[in-house]
Design a protein around this ligand. Structure first.
Ligand code: TYD
Ligand code: MG
Length: 444
């Protein structure tokens, strides 16, 4: 029996402390330490046990790099085009995939649709519903118009029993919805705690690596990322997908943040509707159509998401402030980025936002982090301040330096091509503007 000892584990960064403290020494977050019993490797289910037993056996063999080369992983395409794109062509057989996202974003819906589609092409699917009853999943399936016969449901939260069922039933793909509800009987802490998640994950990893089953694990994260599961899991799994989107918009974005079998910066875009999630083949079109280009404070940004250009609308609103300290609010982009662009515009663009509240937002509930966002943001701010719309058919992209210079953005040709494809002829970028001093040319 492994000796158990109490430790405090940070749910954000997984650092350990011998006693409770308000702030984690490693990542500096407050209130993230949770009490856990520390365990030896042997207690991590039979994964650790089998490793120990092997110590007395034959010496492990090595292989050459040459022999290891050229093995293309076998993939199971889900036929949901946007999901396959993010995965790099479908789920890789025998891989462990984590799908993270806030509650209600649509993780269960996406996986049920993927499961149904895979089952139709002959794969055996086991959907472990730890969170909802089979009746609830059934309701969702009938709402989605799915053929309920093709997917097996396992209402179970005991990790050992799930493993036994998998070994008996031998599915090609196991869906665990969600990891926070699964408990390992060897571990005393509550479901969802760092130790539980780690032990359950080790068990699932064995099903994937030793038995070649593909395992997809759902993990909830809250807005402040304070739930234990996914952060710990990220290091253990092959692929980490994040499903994001604002509940008040129909668009949902699936993003690969780690992918051992494909590009890690691809995104897929879905629209949540009455009949579940539908892939959005031309997201730029949807964003451009929803926009009114004759109003002030709206600029189109030719963004790059992975290998794909995407036109997104940046909106700005500038109003007189009734507070001693005017407000700067940003939705969908970093507030510090907004402060920086305002500062550059004030210093080098010949305008002032003093005494004015500034609110900016990215339309469609999308989150943008690219530096090339600076220029469209500056254009939207300038346009809102002057109350003049941007010139017709304009699209902007480019990083703005602290000296006011506009820098060329990567993949400028792909961005320009996407803009032209959607009928945008006026490209505002490093080719047309040297510095934010000339930003007045961008408005009518
Ligand atoms: P769900 O997949 O249960 O989210 P998660 O598993 O991430 O918690 O989806 C929840 C939301 O999706 C819920 O608010 C209802 C909405 N929804 C639709 O709009 N259309 C649909 O066809 C379905 C099934 C769900
Ligand atoms: Mg769910």
């Amino acid at each position: 029996m492994a000796r158990q000892q109490v430790v405090w584990v940070c749910v954000n960064c997984d650092a350990q402390a011998p006693r409770w403290q308000g702030r984690c020494n490693e990542c500096g977050q407050f209130g993230t330490l949770s009490e856990e019993t520390s365990i030896g490797a042997g207690a991590l289910g039979s994964a650790g046990g089998s490793a120990r037993a092997a110590h007395g056996g034959p010496v492990p063999e090595v292989t050459t790099l040459k022999d290891a080369c050229g093995h293309e992983p076998r993939r199971q395409p889900t036929n949901l085009t946007e999901l396959d794109r993010v995965l790099g062509g479908g789920f890789v057989e025998g891989s462990l995939v984590l799908l993270g996202g806030e509650p209600g974003v649509g993780k269960s819906t996406l996986l049920l649709q993927a499961a149904d589609s895979l089952a139709r092409s002959g794969a055996k699917i086991m959907y472990v519903c730890g969170e909802e009853s089979p009746a609830q999943i059934g309701l969702r399936a009938s709402r989605l118009g799915l053929d309920a016969e093709t997917v097996s449901l396992l209402p179970q939260t005991d990790g050992v029993l799930i493993e036994r069922a998998a070994l008996e039933y031998r599915p090609d793909l196991i869906i665990i919805d969600s990891i926070q509800t699964i408990t390992d009987p060897d571990i005393e802490s509550t479901p969802g705690s760092v130790n539980q998640v780690r032990a359950t994950c080790a068990r699932l990893m064995r099903l994937a690596k030793e038995h070649g089953m593909t395992v997809v694990v759902v993990g909830h994260v809250t807005k402040d990322g304070s739930l234990a599961g996914p952060r710990v899991l990220e290091h253990m799994v092959d692929t980490v997908l994040y499903f994001e989107g604002d509940a008040s918009y129909a668009f949902r974005i699936i993003r690969a943040v780690k992918n051992r079998f494909g590009a890690s910066d691809e995104i897929g875009i879905f629209e949540m509707g009455e009949k579940g999630l539908t892939p959005v083949a031309s997201p730029s079109q949807a964003f451009v159509e929803a926009r009114d280009e004759s109003v002030a404070g709206s600029a189109l940004f030719a963004a790059m998401e992975g290998s794909r250009p995407l036109l997104v609308e940046i909106q700005a609103l500038v109003t007189p402030s009734y507070q001693p300290l005017p407000r700067r609010l940003a939705t969908g982009l970093d507030a510090n980025r907004l402060l920086q662009v305002i500062a550059v515009l004030e210093r080098h663009g010949g305008v002032s936002f003093a005494g004015l509240d500034v609110i900016v937002s990215v339309a469609g509930g999308i989150r943008l982090t690219e530096p090339a966002l600076d220029l469209p943001l500056a254009c939207a701010l300038y346009s809102a301040l002057k109350d003049r719309p941007l010139s017709a058919q304009s699209v902007a992209f480019g990083e703005v330096s602290l000296t006011g210079a506009v820098r060329v953005a990567p993949a400028a040709a792909a961005r320009t091509k996407e803009a032209h494809a959607l009928g945008m002829t006026n490209i505002i970028g490093a080719d047309t503007l040297d510095s934010v001093r000339q930003i007045s040319c961008s408005v009518t």
